[in-house]
Design a protein around this ligand. Sequence first.
Ligand code: GLN
Length: 380
Amino acid sequence: VAKRLEKFKTTIFTQMSSLAIKHNAINLGQGFPNFDGPDFVKDAAIQAIKDGKNQYARGYGVPDLNSAIASRFQKDTGLIVNPETEITVTSGCTEAIAATILGLINPGDEVILFAPFYDSYEATLSMAGAKITCITLHPPDFALPIDTLKSKISKKTRAILLNTPHNPTGKMFTKNELQQIADLCIENDVLVFSDEVYDKLAFEMDHISIASIPGMYERTVTMNSLGKTFSLTGWKIGWAIAPPHLLWGVKQAHSYLTFATSTPMQYAAAVALSTPDAYYEELRKDYRAKKEILVEGLKAVGFRVFPSSGTYFVVVDHTVFGLPDDVAFCEYLIKEVGVVAIPTSVFYLDKEEGKNLVRFTFCKDEGTLRSAVERMKERL
Ligand code: GLN
């Protein structure tokens, strides 16, 4: 394997989902819903296929989808963007992240990451030859350590990779934290790459896109996707929104990574994004009920549960159960209890930092969540 990927193993999500199958365990690990996306979106995909929308799409997105993304972004942020020059459709947000990094980062450029961080960030930065500077967010609230950020940011910093609502902790960056990041970025001429795929799963506060802070749109790439919002994680439709001078790099990288994204799914995505806001309210209502079952259940089992404001994840401290670290705990949980969680050390550069924490997801039907809680109550 190439040196730039030597240190990376099979992704933890793939590892844990195959263990779930092998041990017939309830999978609260990898974040994919065990229920299906809405019929009107699936019907739109079937219709698009039947209508012959089956050849290569325009590289940066079918016009209907670019327009639907622009309208949604305007509703969410108040920002008016040109769907032709400021949006590129990608194969999931993971490709948007890769295209953004490969399109805008030179080897040796410094990029700041907040740990814990989603695993693809480190791997993709490594592929681009970036120099990673990591700042740890600590429990219980995973607040932004502004002084550390101030001390690590410099003229050599090219970008900050932000994720809000945040996987795995469920933290949402507050208006004040985003303003502090924005001030530093403007002062030091730093870009922000903002992964906002959980923006519609915001429970305790309103989601804020950093691009909407004055002076930030021109230095931000905002990334999002269809998967979480429409319970269609397998469709892999994502996008990046940025001013033309930044989007050009993203578009170029995307052109040579995947060239274009699945055509019929893009037409269906355009239909999905045009849905009235009532859809999102319903989605949040359903997820609130699921979250309550899991969070209250985990507390009753005896975990220390850290507050999660958004996403469909919650992080807990497992140490009361006496296992040496997160990986050992997750192995025990799969084999002896029959439940899968994600060990969080994979989300840190320094693996020691994540050893007390594991992540559970509540994107499962209520019966599944209840059974998982029962198993833990009985067997842990
Ligand atoms: N984003 C999902 C999670 O955090 C997993 C995606 C993947 O398996 N790569 O669980």
